[in-house]
Design a protein around this ligand. Structure first.
Ligand SMILES: NC(=O)C1=CN([C@@H]2O[C@H](COP(=O)(O)OP(=O)(O)OC[C@H]3O[C@@H](n4cnc5c(N)ncnc54)[C@H](O)[C@@H]3O)[C@@H](O)[C@H]2O)C=CC1
Ligand SMILES: O=C(O)C(=O)Cc1ccc(O)cc1
Length: 308
């Protein structure tokens, strides 16, 4: 694979930043990786893992002379990072991010971006419930979508360059506007996590069922929820706060549909229940048919509880 950028600055070196570092190195996509993160302990760990060539706790320092900057921090930290790096960006540099919400990230970052850099918001649809620099692994983005949500004035050449980068990691790239992205992700990613946090919380609050019973008798369905509910609290708090409108809209629909199901169960309306369960079963089949690898490592991986 060839060098696509001379110097890549990775701001934030958790699950996503470190997975990027592994792949950039493995595929030889740059001459130099600069790693920046806020906490000295995380930076030290990144260095122990050999994730970069240079390390700093200053994002402003890291972006100097970098032609690609990838911001991989919780979405709520986007504005402070944008402010920090703005003054040191080199003309022509591409600044992108990986945040799970897009309209808010654009609102936080774009006003601080100088006119002579290319700001291209992005979101790889790949990850796990783990966080931190030890959680990353090579190949995370292979076969996964990466969605760009370009802003009106985005330069086509820069967009093509960034597309080439994600394709080199094995990703498929799509483009859509930020508001649409936020609605789609609210239903396919944000709600499932919120529901998982909630159901595990409900089980934890039960007075008549003990915690040891929840652990002892948890069936695989509940275990799947515990995997999602073990995801990083800071990251997911920020997703909830920064995709508020779309999440509330989807939650309202979800509650209505749940009330319908609740009513059907109360009144013993088996045909309604059966019709819904048949319709939803077909969705899983279409995911498999569409070539989404449901057996991939981060797609419903066996939960650590299964290991015994
Ligand atoms: N975890 C996942 O499965 C996925 C996460 N994302 C998005 O990627 C971003 C990063 O997520 P993860 O890597 O999973 O999180 P993580 O918690 O593993 O890592 C976050 C990193 O950001 C650093 N950080 C926090 N505030 C900072 C600041 N102000 N300046 C510099 N560094 C700072 C932390 O020290 C840490 O290194 C988030 O915006 C998340 O929404 C996108 C796709 C999948
Ligand atoms: O672990 C899982 O099942 C995920 O869904 C990972 C994930 C989390 C957040 C994203 O924005 C994209 C992917």
């Amino acid at each position: 694979m060839s060098v696509l950028f001379d110097r890549i600055a990775l701001i934030g070196i958790g699950l996503i930043g470190s997975s990027l570092a592994h792949d950039i190195r493995r595929l030889g996509l740059t001459k130099e990786i600069v790693v920046a993160t806020r906490s000295a302990d995380t930076l030290k760990r990144a260095e122990e893992l050999g994730l970069g060539d240079r390390y700093t706790t200053s994002s402003a320092e890291a972006v100097k002379h970098a032609d690609l900057i990838i911001v991989s921090v919780p979405v709520g930290a986007s504005e402070s990072v944008a402010k920090e790096i703005a003054g040191n960006l080199q003309p022509g540099a591409i600044v992108t991010d990986v945040g799970s919400t897009k309209a808010s990230v654009i609102a936080q970052m774009q006003p601080h971006m100088p006119e002579n850099v290319h700001f291209i918001p992005g979101h790889p649809l790949a990850g796990t419930e783990k966080s931190g620099p030890d959680a990353g692994f090579p190949g995370l983005f292979e076969g996964r979508w990466c969605i760009f949500t370009p802003v009106a004035e985005t330069d086509e050449t820069a967009l093509k360059r960034l597309r080439g980068f994600w394709e080199a990691l094995g990703s498929k790239v799509d483009e859509m506007d930020a508001e649409h992205h936020d609605k789609v992700l609210a239903i396919v990613s944000h709600l499932p996590h919120i529901i998982a946090y909630n159901i595990v919380g409900t089980a934890d609050d039960l007075e008549t069922v003990t915690e040891s019973e929840v652990i002892k008798y948890s069936a695989s369905g509940f275990r799947d929820f515990t995997r999602l509910a073990a995801s990083d609290p800071t990251m997911w708090r920020d997703v909830c706060l920064h995709n508020r409108d779309a999440i509330l809209e989807m939650l309202a629909r979800f509650s209505e549909d749940l009330a319908y199901l609740q009513r059907a169960i109360r009144w013993g309306e088996g045909d309604k229940i059966f019709e819904l369960f048949t319709r939803t079963r077909a969705i899983r089949r279409s995911i498999v048919q569409a070539g989404q690898d449901v057996d991939a490592p981060d797609f419903g991986r066996p939960h650590p509880l299964d290991k015994k």
